[in-house]
Each structure stands twice: as C-alpha cells, then as structure tokens.
Ligand binder design. Structure first.
Ligand code: NIG
Ligand code: FE
Length: 386
C-alpha cells in the first residue's frame, strides 16, 4: 500500500548541521509499509494507491522526547504553587513522589503512564524515553522499568535519583550499583544518575554509571540543574549519550561538551516550573554543541507533556531561533538517544506531524495553541485533533 500525502506547503526537516533545517515548498511524501519511500516536490511525485490532500499545511518529523519520568503515583500541585510564590525547588521534593509511587498499584502506575503517553501523541512526540526513579527500592524500581518497557524501548534506570529518606548515601549507592541494577539490567537500555547538590556526588555517580556500563547499559546523566558540582567532565569521560538540564555550565564545561559526542539536553519546562534561570541554548549550539529539547515530564519540576510549549520557551527564553528549537526537538533528541529518528528521509520510519499552519514558525508564534493537527507513527495515525 502506497499513500501519497500531497499539497504540503512546507516540508521541514533537520539538516546534519547543528540547528539548520531543510525546507521543500509545495512538497509531497510517499509512505509505504510504515516508511517514507519518496520525499520531494509535488510536481515529481510518483503514483500511489491512495492520495491525501493536506491543503497547504506544514509537515515536520515527529518530535523525539529524550527525557521523561512517567512512572509515578500522586501529584505535587501544592508544591508548585508554593514555589511560584517564592519557595525554592530542591531535590527533596522527589521523596513525596517516591512515597506515592510505592503506595500505588501497578495498574495505577500503568494507567497514569498511559494517559501521559496519549498526551505525548497529541503534542507530536513520536519517540520518547521513560525513566524509573520514583521507586528507589529493588522491587519498585524493577516494576517501574517493566511498566516503562510496555510503552517504549528507550527505558532508563534511574535508581540513583535521590537517596531515600533515612538511608546511608554510600550504602544506597552500592545497592543501586549492585542488587537493584541486577533486577533491571535485562529490561532497561540506559542508566542515569542525578548528579547534583542534594542528590549524588560525582564519585557516587561514577560508581553507578560504571556498574551500569559493565552490566550492558548505556550512560546518561542529570546534571548541573541546581549547581555545578563538576558532573560534565564525568559525563564526557564516560561518553554519556546526553547530559540533561545544563542550567549552570562553566566555560570549561562548554569546551568539553563541544569536543564530545555528548548531547546537552535542555529542559525549559523545569526552569519554567522551578523559577530558575534558563541556559542559553542558542549559544551552546553556536559553539558546536548538539542540543536536544525534552519535556522532562514529571510531577515535581516539569509537569508538561507539550513539546510545542518547550519549543516556545526555548525561543523566548533560551536564545534559540525557531529553526534551532525545532532541530533540537527532532534531530537533537534522536542524537541524545543515539538514534536516527527525527528525519523525513526516504527509508526512515514514517513518524511525522501535520501542523495546522503553513510553516513551522507557528510552533512558537502560536504559544499554547494546539497546532499539531495529526501525529503519525510508522505511517499510522495515533492522534487527530478534533
Ligand atoms: O529532571 N532533577 C531530577 N529529577 C527531576 C525532578 C524530579 C522531581 O522533582 O520529582 C528532573 O527535574
Ligand atoms: Fe529529569
């Protein structure tokens, strides 16, 4: 079955060069067996079994969200309200969600994640990573990665999110790098550590990540969200696929990242919801660093599933052009997962979005408005706006 989508006003996709997009006007795409089989100008489109007229709309690749925490119980709206009135964010809030997650049934955790995944589709996210990290005991971390794996292949083990209340940090680190890792290593693909003030030190992060690598997992990190404790050097040394947050970076960190394969993943929803300063993503990109944008969806620091909201924030607050932000939400996210999603090239899986807009600028030009009209994964519709 060959389906031709034609009358696309602008077909916009990330180029190899950081922050640069390629556009084809008056374009068409041919989808065959879940993949793009031809992409180009309408005038030279091949024959198809079915033709869909997109009436002058814009088509872009599906967004790649390389950072989310969807396995949790409870919610923290009161904490958010207190913060907006001036109370500082700290890693300690995570403990509230740990208690609620342990108290939840597995079906409640699954249903909550499923609802959030449906929101991802409506916001145009077609590839997403999910972390554990609100269990913090062997059984609940194992359950968390198992539920995550029902929704995605990009499952991350974050046993090292914070040290649970009342436990010794070094003993807990040994558990995360030992028995807990054994319980998750066949299900998770990635190992992550929150290396920051109030969470894990660089030395503890090294123990967890090297144990994870030895068990066959690939490393990534949460770092420099609250303070710069020297985590970037470790991320680069261990060839982490990504180092996430990067709210506070030194000049030396920027140089290290620019000479590495480690993506800087920026999470503007977290700066928004914790009233923190925004890092300058535009500057990082101009310094040769591959930047990703991700939702960081979690009940504490960033309870959003909206990639267009993150794009709008990046454009308004992070020194990024709309082109740079769209590149970061597609190619950047794919690079942060060491994958090749976020493309519209012939041969790739047909993950794409139809925007109710003539061009991609509307993603930021119409903040807070549902501009995603439909979302396709492997050529199949997973969301239609009504
Ligand atoms: O990415 N920084 C650590 N983890 C989450 C926050 C988790 C929470 O507050 O529940 C984050 O922002
Ligand atoms: Fe996070």
């Amino acid at each position: 079955m060959k389906t031709l989508y034609r009358n696309i006003s602008s077909l916009v996709m990330p180029a190899d060069e950081i922050g640069v997009l390629t556009t084809i006007n008056d374009a068409a795409i041919l989808v065959e067996d879940g993949k793009f089989s031809w992409v180009g100008e309408s005038s030279s489109a091949p024959a198809a079994n079915a033709v869909v007229d997109l009436a002058g709309k814009c088509v872009i690749p599906g967004f790649v969200d390389s950072h989310s925490h969807l396995i949790f119980g409870g919610e923290r709206s009161e904490e958010f309200a207190a913060r907006i009135s001036g109370k500082a964010y700290s890693a300690g809030g995570i403990q509230t969600t740990v208690a609620a997650t342990r108290a939840a049934t597995s079906q409640q955790l699954r249903d909550n994640a499923s609802k959030l995944v449906a929101e991802f589709y409506s916001s145009g996210i077609t590839t997403f990573e999910i972390k554990s990290g609100y269990g913090l005991d062997v059984a609940t971390e194992k359950l968390s990665v198992e539920i995550a794996s029902e929704f995605t292949d990009e499952v991350t083990y974050l046993g090292a999110h914070v040290v649970p209340v009342g436990q010794d940090p070094d003993q807990y680190t040994a558990l995360v790098a030992g028995e807990m890792l054994d319980g998750v290593k066949n299900t998770a693909k990635w190992v992550d550590v929150f290396c920051d003030r109030g969470a894990f030190s660089v030395e503890q992060a090294r123990k967890v990540l090297t144990a994870g690598i030895a068990a066959g997992l690939k490393p990534r990190m949460h770092a420099n969200q609250l303070e710069n404790i020297g985590a970037i050097a470790l991320a680069v040394e261990l060839d982490c696929a990504s180092v996430d947050h990067c709210t506070y970076l030194s000049e030396q960190d920027i140089e290290l990242l620019s000479r590495s394969n480690t993506v800087a993943t920026l999470l503007p929803g977290a700066e928004f919801s914790t009233k923190s300063p925004y890092p300058n993503g535009g500057e990082l990109m101009s310094r040769g660093i591959s930047v990703a944008l991700a939702t960081d969806c979690n009940p504490g620091s960033s309870f959003t599933t909206s990639m267009p909201f993150c794009i709008a924030l990046a454009v308004r607050e992070m020194g990024m052009s709309v082109d740079q932000a769209l590149w970061a939400a597609t190619r950047g996210g794919a690079m942060a997962l060491r994958g090749n999603q976020g493309s519209l090239a012939a041969g790739e899986q047909a993950d794409f979005l139809v925007l109710d807009a003539p061009n991609h600028l509307y993603l930021a030009y119409r903040p807070g408005v549902a501009v995603i009209e439909s979302t396709f994964i492997a050529g199949k519709s997973v969301y239609e706006r009504h």
